[in-house]
Write a protein that binds this ligand. Structure first.
Ligand code: UD1
Ligand code: CA
Length: 450
């Protein structure tokens, strides 16, 4: 990685109008992360030493998300929407601090990869003042066109300002730009708004730099990486591209995905070696899975830390705060939430285990339910190691079951059970010989047969 300092300026002032949404566009998610989080994470991987985020007025939600990802990011507000150069200049204070390289990105371009940002920035180290990122879309309508002469980039012409000949060019501006820190502020301040839209165009930095005799270049990126998201349809297209990337990376890392096209991953899903993922499994954010674990079909995991050699599902749901240790088993129709299931423990069928701690090797029978909520508060269930909870038991929290204790089937456990004890919390069975025969005879005498 370069030892040159890098200021990244992210334009995140895009509204959600074409998304038909109350949520600002850049907070819409792909692969479990907001688009803004994707871009911030990628720029950090590309070596950003400082990050500035330009947001629209009254967008505390966008500022909060930026600071969640990069706590020392500088957030600037663009009060009026007067164009991309005007937006970059909202971060004037960050530019004025002085830096080697500047990268400008849009927060609605979540698929950009760190390698591409490094390639875009590389010419700055060799003396270029400006570098633009081009791509070749099937339909160039609406994009700025990169006008080149061999290696040299002469100008970027916006669609509305382009001649017919210029419109025929299909080498388009992705919108991302690298600027030399030594020239950035002066170039940006020189940009005017005498154009068809009456906006301050960032793209005009190209012609201004050339007029100063500075070197300006264009690099090329894959269409799939620079696709901007302006609608829910494009959001779904970005999701599809990203899912394909994540599945391939998971398989390259040693996980078997039997039907990869049916598995949905989050940007931060971590799968160990020789993990097997059966069809139709969904990973929400914050999941890690240890080596040799099998996730059976139709399971849903989010915010869960799954150890090695674990079996999950089929049809299991692991909610945030689930921690499943080595060799444990979570079977079909089992839901866990904020539950630590220690090594070798088994919850095999039809259970809800929430706000709980289950000790090593304990066995929770089918239908065991932690009653963790009374409509007001949440309460914890503590189960020691080597305990045995009989089928269809309700554990009314707060409650604790000691190590090696035994709970009789069908119990409603409302008070603590000491270690190695047996708890029976159900009514005793009553047997009345001949009762059913007598009942039928009595009823038959009352009701006249038809
Ligand atoms: C811009 C480029 C165009 C490129 C295209 C790629 C300019 C002048 N044009 O055009 O060459 O092909 O992107 O998608 O740069 N923004 C602000 N404040 C503003 C204006 C824009 O923050 O005042 C942000 C927007 O939220 C958006 C980005 O900058 O994220 C691009 O703005 P937009 O108006 O969509 O530019 P385009 O016309 O698409
Ligand atoms: Ca746009």
């Amino acid at each position: 990685m370069s030892d040159r300092s890098l200021l990244v300026i992210i334009l995140a002032a895009g509204e959600g109008t074409r998304m038909a949404s109350r949520l600002p566009k850049v907070l819409h998610q792909v692969a479990g992360w907001s688009m803004l989080r994707h871009v911030l994470t990628t720029t950090r991987k590309a070596g950003a030493t400082r990050t500035a985020v330009v947001i629209g007025p009254d967008r505390e939600d966008v500022a909060a998300e930026a600071l969640r990802v990069i706590p020392d990011a500088q957030v600037f507000v663009q009060h009026e929407r007067l164009g991309t150069a005007h937006a970059v200049l909202a971060a004037r204070a960050a530019l004025a601090e002085g830096v080697d390289d500047v990268l400008v990105l849009y927060a609605d371009t979540p698929l950009i990869r760190p390698e591409t940002l490094q390639a875009l920035r590389a010419p700055l180290a060799e003396g270029a003042a400006v570098a633009a990122l081009g791509f070749r879309p099937q339909d160039p309508t609406g994009y700025g066109r990169l006008l080149t002469d061999g290696e040299a980039l002469l100008a970027i012409r916006e669609e509305k300002d382009a001649s017919a000949a210029e419109k025929a060019v299909n080498f388009c501006n992705a919108g991302l730009m690298a600027l030399s820190g030594a020239h950035a502020l002066r170039l940006l301040e020189g940009i005017g708004n005498a154009n068809a839209k009456g906006e301050y165009y960032l793209t005009d930095a190209v012609e201004l730099a050339r007029a100063d005799g500075l070197k300006v270049v264009a690099t090329e990126a894959d269409v799939d990486e620079v696709a901007g998201v302006n609608s829910r349809i494009q959001l779904a297209e970005a999701e599809a591209i990203l899912q394909q990337r994540l599945r391939r990376a998971a398989m390259a890392g040693g996980a078997t995905l039997i039907a990869p096209e049916t598995v949905f991953l989050s940007a931060d899903t971590m799968l160990g070696r020789d993990v097997i993922i059966e069809p139709h499994v969904v990973f929400g954010p914050g999941v890690s899975v240890g080596d040799d674990t099998v996730i059976h079909a139709f399971s849903h995991l989010a915010g869960a830390q799954v150890g090695a050699g674990v079996t999950i599902g089929p049809y299991a749901r692991l909610r945030p705060g689930s921690r499943i240790d080595e060799g444990a088993k979570i079977g079909n129709f089992v839901e866990t939430k904020a539950a630590h299931i220690e090594a070798g423990a088994k919850v095999n069928h039809l259970s809800y285990i929430g706000d709980a701690h289950v000790g090593a090797r304990s066995n929770l029978g089918a239908g065991t339910i932690t009653c963790n909520y009374d409509g007001f508060g949440k309460y914890r269930t503590e189960i020691g190691p080597d305990a045995f909870v009989g089928v269809n038991s309700a554990l009314v929290a707060p409650v604790s079951i000691g190590a090696g204790a035994f709970i009789g089937t069908g119990s409603v456990v409302t008070s603590d059970v000491p270690a190695d004890a047996l708890a029976l919390a159900r009514s005793r069975q009553v047997v009345k010989e001949g009762w059913a025969r007598d009942f039928r005879a009595f009823k038959s005498a009352q009701v006249k047969p038809r």
